[in-house]
Design a protein around this ligand. Structure first.
Ligand SMILES: C[S@@+](CC[C@H](N)C(=O)[O-])C[C@H]1O[C@@H](n2cnc3c(N)ncnc32)[C@H](O)[C@@H]1O
Length: 216
């Protein structure tokens, strides 16, 4: 699990994170990785000195993470459903950076967790599959199953513009990654919108967001 197509894709996204914030910035920073799977992305930042908290909706994934990183205190590895909001699951009140990768489209109520993130972090790195539309009101839902899909069984594909509207209304500024730095096998970020309103597996967008700037 979290193997195959994940490997190159994850490496490229970690590299984009390190390029945006700078390797030295991570030392001592409080970082929250949401929907972490086995925690590989957060583990990379942990090696740079970040104080990483991992949250994941499936207990079996957190079990693997705890076996891989037994040195982590138990309050840094949290099982929690993002659909229930991020308050009250044992997280800190604030973080320097929240990593919200590969999960927004697996949420039925993506706005709740996104708005929690906007209020509890200085910086937010966000990445998700989106639908082919630039309508700032467009989104639709669909059922899904699988070890890395929606815990609730229902995900949402908003347009990138719909997500950007939510980020701006929540009080952060944003910078969209519109080049190919994270393109990896099926995952593509520099595709042109054709306004078909459809989804194609691997059509994604990524943003660096922040309270008053998008990088330190
Ligand atoms: C596509 S994988 C992405 C894994 C990793 N974040 C990445 O980007 O490489 C989606 C992850 O989100 C988790 N997930 C799905 N719905 C969730 C929810 N409601 N709350 C927390 N985690 C959820 C899945 O169990 C899975 O680990």
């Amino acid at each position: 699990m979290f193997d195959g197509h994940y490997v190159e894709w994850r490496l490229k996204r970690v590299r984009a994170l390190v390029e945006n914030y700078g390797a030295d910035w991570f030392r001592g920073r409080r970082v929250l990785e949401l929907a972490c799977g086995y925690g590989d992305i957060g583990a990379s930042l942990w090696t740079l000195g970040a104080d990483v908290t991992f949250l994941e909706g499936r207990a079996e994934h957190i079990d693997v993470l705890r076996k891989r990183m037994p040195m982590l205190p138990s309050n840094r590895t949290i099982v929690g459903n993002m659909e229930d909001g991020l308050k009250g699951v044992g997280l800190a009140d604030s973080y320097d950076l929240i990593i919200h990768f590969g999960v927004l489209y697996h949420l039925q109520d993506w706005k709740t967790s996104l708005n929690d993130c906007l209020s509890m972090s200085r910086f937010l790195a966000l990445e998700t599959e989106v639908c082919d539309s630039d309508d700032p009101d467009f989104e639709f839902q669909r059922t899904e199953t699988g070890y890395d899909q929606a815990v609730s069984g229902v995900g949402t594909r908003p347009s990138a513009d719909r997500i950007e509207r939510e980020i701006r209304e929540g009080g952060m500024i944003l910078s969209r990654v519109s080049d190919n730095r994270c393109n990896a096998n099926i995952h593509v970020y520099d595709w042109p919108v054709m306004n078909t309103g459809e989804i194609a597996h691997g059509r994604r967008r990524m943003w660096f967001c922040g309270q008053d700037r998008v990088a330190p």
